[in-house]
Write a new protein. Sequence first.
Length: 443
Amino acid sequence: MSDQSAYPAPSISFVSLGCPKALVDSERIITRLRAEGYEITRNHQGADAVIVNTCGFLDSAKAESLEAIGAALKENGKVIVTGCMGAEPDAITAKYPNLLSISGPQAYDSVMDAVHRAVPPAHDPFLDLVPEQGIKLTPRHYAYLKISEGCNNTCSFCIIPKLRGKLASRPAGDVLREAEKLVKAGVKELLVISQDTSAYGIDLRYAESQWQDKAIRTRFLDLSRELGSLGAWVRLHYVYPYPHVDEVIELMAEGTVLPYLDIPFQHASPAVLKSMKRPADHEKTLERIAKWRSICPDLTLRSTFIVGFPGETEDDFEFLLDWMHEARIERAGAFKYEPVTGASSEALGLPTVPEDVKERRYKRLMETQQEISTRILRNKIGKRLQVIIDEPGTTVAKGRSKADAPEIDGAVYVASRRPLRAGDIVSVKIERADAYDLHGTAG
């Protein structure tokens, strides 16, 4: 049997005010708290936090709610407010600005998120059916870390904002606590993902949240820096090239995060980018890439491109190929444009690119990328690279360098005299290269 005293249950004091509907809300919140192992108490003193479910129907009810909040702050100090009065938070914050969280009625997820930030649930590895880091479908040594949902962009080929809504960033403290648990569980590589990673925190106005007794801004640069302090590889995906991305290149140069940037450029022709509703200043993009490489010479760029977008001419496509050569995109994938129901690109009135032309352009782009990749990888022969092992082998293991994301990029095939395990990070001398993969020996 497990020693329960080794895993003390955090306690939450709960105040429920108002009508039966509010009482049901309280019951649902308490049910979720108990399911996660929290103890419920009516004694504010000694509790780890207090939840006040307010009523805002009458002035007298509002007064009672404010009184209850004040008492909780005085006796405990860590107070989460929810309920009807929380729908108009200004009246609450005007009197009590130092609350942990305020949310309206039926905002169960918001309340639970606030509780988790203030008092993470206790984990008992002997009794819990779910490991502390959650259930993962990836191998044990790497994990995807989602930092936001939705997107504020209006790209004409995309319906993600219609499906997932506007940008909704997770507070930095929440993300870092999840990352911390993953690293503690053995994860060696964190793959940061979202629909628009570099927009992270804009919707929250870069609000601060607590992590390890310090305040961290919900901002791309700050989050990247703190993730890099955990000791794992940190790989940044789906980064839209906003100006502030330049700041993160410095973190790559100093080794805080991997020198790898996944930017879905989609095209290079100004005319096509304009139809796509993407930034169209290709010259500025090339200048920025050159600047990034001057700061961090080991930088690897991954991108995706769409061929056959409505209205794409042969000149547009040739422009894209020339741009790829100049940009030296190390890792690139391509898609043939497909109509998407609900996407505004279908209403632009631009001429459709025939399927055989799409196919021909797709093959030419991939051949161009193969030439670029081959040339870049040959320059790595004779160098030593850090490689994380994905698949052990009897004499040759399969892994990835810092320039390779799982599933989408190339591999490094590693010969070794000693057995290598998944998750091992080894120094490999590169001896041979082909179009996409490297071959070398550990030692």
